[in-house]
Design a protein. Structure first.
Length: 273
């Protein structure tokens, strides 16, 4: 994290775009509100983020967890907030991304995304997780909407009957899903991974089908594999970094590390030269 405030995140993004052509996305850490009124403040905050992006001339987007907007308490209130954010995204030439949470939220999250698209909010994207066994079916479900999809591997600790547990299975699913969406056409695909090997494998399969690198984005976390982010940008990939900020960073980080031991190893690797 470059800092706890959104202004820190926006300031960090400016030189990345100016010097390296690396684009940005913003998320305020925190989820699972316990007081519905807090969702109003979250939505208002993100409306201001869109304004900040536009004022600074950044190619930036916003990614939000629906539990930050009240999903645990009131679906209709959550949807109303999503409509406000999607409308501001369109007004500012940006995008509104719905992040995905654990498997118990997938159906509700997909339903809100589908409703937004049916109601004409086209600059809205959704995150899908390759380790969930259900995701190929979810992709087929969404294809008629010509969606924007950020594909990630998945970070929550899910049961084996719900999710693949081995790295090989998760990686194979990631590649298969990405290539399926690219070949389907009409899908804006974001590859949310730091595994450059998988990115290049997907790019190779796409090229063999006549699909160029402009058909997808590479999306990584700010500060993770920075050298690879810059290399990929130089080689013609469209690269975007997700910049997280907010006071809730410590409980969020510790919870992620506790949920999956693999996250601890990943974090430690980033400390090594």
């Amino acid at each position: 994290m470059p800092g706890a405030k959104v202004t820190d995140a926006l300031a960090a993004a400016a030189p990345l775009q100016a010097r390296h052509g690396i684009l940005s996305e913003y998320t305020k850490l925190g989820e699972n509100l316990t007081v519905l009124a807090e969702a109003d403040a979250v939505a208002d905050h993100y409306l201001g983020v869109y304004d900040g992006i536009k004022e600074r001339g950044l190619d930036g987007e916003v990614s939000v967890k629906l539990t930050q907007l009240g999903l645990d308490m009131d679906v209709e209130v959550t949807y109303a907030h999503c409509v406000r954010l999607a409308a501001r995204a369109a007004e500012t030439g940006s995008w509104f991304w719905i992040d995905m949470e654990d498997s118990s939220y997938v159906d509700r999250t997909l339903s809100i995304f589908e409703r937004l698209r049916r109601d004409g909010h086209e600059r809205t994207g959704i995150c899908l997780q390759s380790y969930l066994r259900r995701t190929p079916t979810d992709v087929e479900r969404l294809l008629p909407l010509r969606p924007a999809v950020r594909l990630v591997k998945g970070a929550y600790d899910e049961k084996e009957e719900v999710a693949f547990r081995s790295r090989g299975e998760v990686d194979a699913a990631f590649v298969s899903l990405a290539v399926t969406m690219l070949r389907a056409g009409g899908v804006s695909v974001g590859l949310g991974t730091h595994d450059v090997r998988l990115i290049e494998q997907i790019a190779g399969q796409a090229a063999a089908s006549g699909i160029g690198r402009e058909a997808f984005e590479v999306q990584m976390l700010y500060g993770i594999r920075t050298d690879q982010q810059r290399r990929l940008a130089r080689e013609g990939y469209r690269v975007r970094v997700l910049i997280a900020y907010g006071d809730a960073w410590y409980p969020w980080y510790v919870r992620r590390l506790a949920e999956r031991p693999a996250n601890v190893l990943f974090a430690l690797r980033q400390l090594l030269p």
